[in-house]
Design a protein around this ligand. Structure first.
Ligand code: GLC
Length: 455
């Protein structure tokens, strides 16, 4: 068996992107045979585990360069007639190109080139979380105190906190604007975005300089942070008791103080969830909106909510208990399943638009993604479940280097390498590296501002 850690480290080295001789990021994959050209870009979300590994390794200048670079790129997006992106929105990815005169240029993709033209919402959230991680790890406040950086944080908060058409504290977003970046019925109020939004609000409170000009924004951020947590803990939570309540809900009720304010019809509860939900366990819904109850289990959203403290402590324990009780479904032969269960037949046609990459139990539609190992290990360590973290790590360590670091796996239990998966996918390797670092030193992630350890 190749040495998994050494193999992952050399993949990360090969993935570095330079601009004017400085390292500024990592490509999404080192596989030369990829179909989509942008897989050789540096994606903001894919760089997150690379960045955390670099910070823990003391290679902090790479992360600083990256944070600067992304901030500088925000003015690059094309202005389309009659439309413009809100100031503060950051790109999904960027790449360094050679000009004809031999100089280097950087070009960013705000979703205007991406397949399906999806604009990312998570990039700006991950960027703020990395600014905090960098500041915590280095103790260097000079970056965050730069006027440019303070302005960027304010702009991001403005985009997310401005009043639009909403009556919920959650954030309304289009389909595919985060890790799941194709049509998967994840528009509306997907859990993953709510967890990132929550953590971003918390990080901003730490990063904004508390001067007079920022005071109103700090107040607004603080109150949204509190109501968001309360709302998610109450309305997104699903356990057997709650399922029973929803099963017997009254509907068509008007006014305040009613049991079913979103007018969820009990008839919309899918059959699978009734049998699947384990006793004594629970998890957060994938999505929730007017008349909409999506109980698909979205792993990244549940793990981030657990890691960031959006779920309460008892809820976090129960979420981890769900992983334990449904190990084959959620972890199987490769940690971890991106969402459970898969959409099939008519539902697949209607919800994905007949996407052949998202067939049942493949890619975003129930595939297994090695990158999800690191938030799983972090969440387990924070909530006293080292046993689960080690078990999942063991599965990944044994298989990933042997299989050539695939991007994702197919099948009910993740037994097959994904049909259209890249090899040498960088975040599959950095997830393993980061998980090893956390298992060896559980306090490491806390030092970067990612959650806290049990008291
Ligand atoms: C795919 C994934 C997305 C990732 C990108 C680069 O589009 O869905 O989450 O950022 O590949 O790896």
């Amino acid at each position: 068996m190749p040495n998994a850690i050494q193999d992952a480290e050399s993949l990360l080295e090969n993935a570095l992107i330079h601009f004017e001789d400085q390292p500024v990021g990592t490509v999404a994959t080192c596989d030369p045979r990829v179909a989509a050209a942008n897989y050789h870009d540096c994606f903001v979300r894919d760089f997150v585990p690379s960045a955390l590994v670099f910070l823990l390794d003391g290679r902090t200048e790479i992360v600083r360069n990256f944070l600067h670079m992304v901030m500088r790129l925000k003015d690059q997006h094309e202005q389309l007639a009659g439309q413009h992106l809100a100031p503060g929105v950051l790109p999904a990815s960027f790449k360094v190109t050679q000009e004809t005169d031999g100089s280097e240029a950087v070009s960013a993709d705000f979703g205007d080139r991406a397949i399906g033209r999806v604009a990312p919402v998570d990039s700006m959230m991950w960027w703020i979380l990395l600014v905090r991680a960098y500041s915590r790890a280095t103790g260097d406040r000079t970056l965050v105190e730069l006027p440019e950086c303070q302005r960027q944080i304010r702009q991001i908060l403005n985009v997310c906190l401005q009043g639009r058409f909403e009556v919920f504290p959650t954030l309304l977003v289009p389909d595919g604007c985060f890790m799941i970046d194709r049509r998967m019925g994840v528009n509306g109020h997907p859990l993953e975005i709510q967890a990132l939004f929550y953590a971003m609000l918390e990080a901003s409170l730490e990063l904004l300089v508390p001067d007079e000009g920022n005071q109103w924004l700090i107040e607004l951020t603080r109150s949204r942070y509190a109501v968001l947590r309360e709302y998610v803990q109450q309305f997104y939570w699903l356990d057997l008791a709650r399922l029973n309540e929803i099963h017997r809900y009254s509907t068509e009720m008007f006014g305040h103080e009613i049991e079913n304010p979103l007018n969820i019809y009990p008839e919309s509860i899918p059959d699978w969830v009734v049998d699947w939900l384990p006793e004594g366990a629970g998890y957060l819904l994938g999505n929730l909106g007017p008349g909409r109850f999506d109980p698909r289990f979205f792993t990244q959203g549940n793990l981030l909510a657990t890691m960031f403290g959006l779920a309460s402590e008892p809820q976090s324990q129960q979420i981890l208990h769900t992983f334990e009780q449904r190990w084959d479904d959620l972890i199987g032969r490769m940690p971890l399943k991106i969402c459970y269960p898969a959409l099939k037949d008519k539902e697949w046609r209607l919800v994905t638009g007949s996407d052949p990459k998202n067939t049942p139990w493949s890619y975003h539609n129930g595939g297994n993604w090695p990158v999800l190992l690191w938030p799983f290990v972090a969440a387990c360590l924070q909530h006293g479940r080292r046993d689960l973290a080690e078990r999942a790590y063991g599965v990944a360590e044994e298989r990933l280097p042997r299989d050539g670091w695939p991007e994702y796996y197919d099948g009910r239990y993740g037994r097959l390498i994904g049909r259209r998966s890249n090899y040498d996918q960088v975040w599959s390797a950095t997830a393993l590296l980061l998980s090893r670092m956390m298992l060896d030193d559980p306090a490491s992630l806390t030092r970067l501002g990612f959650g806290s350890l049990p008291q």
